[in-house]
Design a protein around this ligand. Structure first.
Ligand SMILES: C[S@@+](CC[C@H](N)C(=O)[O-])C[C@H]1O[C@@H](n2cnc3c(N)ncnc32)[C@H](O)[C@@H]1O
Length: 195
């Protein structure tokens, strides 16, 4: 069996102009509110796996923070550049990256798409390297899912069950919120322990 190549999957998906999943209205409202709640204390934002900026476009309205987005899809990056949101970098976030820092690093709806635990850990290490103050990670909350139909049918990727480990190395969780109306997703807010 060929291993799932998430980078190729997303490149092809944006090339076909398929939505990234970023069209979830209720989820967006929640994330935008939570980013805005913190943005004032942060001069720069890095969005890891930012897609075409549909979500960033919403939370950046009215903010003048320096914004950088990382994504593997050339089409998504092209759209970001057209939108002029900030610096759009085409990169594979599952490879070691240790460049620059941002006060606030966000990673929404990305980790559970990665096919191996090693890739999840590398992305978390990249987030830790880049983050100087706060990280916000939106994950599938498998503590709920494993009790629901998907979990019972055994249809969850094995590494989804590592959810409690989805904290960047050297960080501590300072907040954990379930999305209202979407109990299968949790927002983790973390910060470096030596902060
Ligand atoms: C479900 S979309 C989420 C987009 C956006 N963060 C949001 O919440 O609306 C997942 C994103 O992760 C990106 N992604 C997946 N694997 C990646 C990888 N290995 N390197 C860089 N980006 C990746 C995809 O291209 C896609 O834009």
């Amino acid at each position: 069996m060929t291993a799932f190549d998430e980078a190729e999957f997303w490149r092809a998906r944006y090339a076909r102009r398929e939505p990234s999943g970023a069209q979830l209205g209720h989820e967006h409202a929640f994330i935008v509110r939570e980013v805005l709640r913190r943005a004032a204390r942060h001069a720069s934002i890095l969005d890891v796996g930012c897609g075409d900026g549909t979500l960033a476009h919403k939370y950046l309205k009215g903010l003048d923070q320096r914004w950088t987005g990382w994504d593997v899809s050339p089409d998504a990056i092209q759209t970001l550049r057209r939108r002029g949101l900030g610096e759009a970098v085409e990169t594979d976030i599952t490879q070691p990256r240790n460049v620059g820092t941002a006060d606030l690093v966000v990673c929404f709806n990305v980790l559970y798409h990665l096919p191996t635990e090693a890739k999840v850990r590398q992305v978390l290490a990249n987030i830790a390297n880049a983050c100087s103050k706060t990280a916000m990670i939106l994950t599938w909350n498998t503590r709920v899912l494993e009790r629901g139909p998907l979990g019972k049918q055994g249809k969850l990727a094995k590494h989804c069950f590592l959810w409690p480990l989805w904290t960047p190395p050297g960080h501590e969780v300072v907040e954990e919120q379930t999305i209202p109306g979407s109990p299968h997703k949790t927002l983790l807010v973390t910060r470096p322990t030596d902060d």
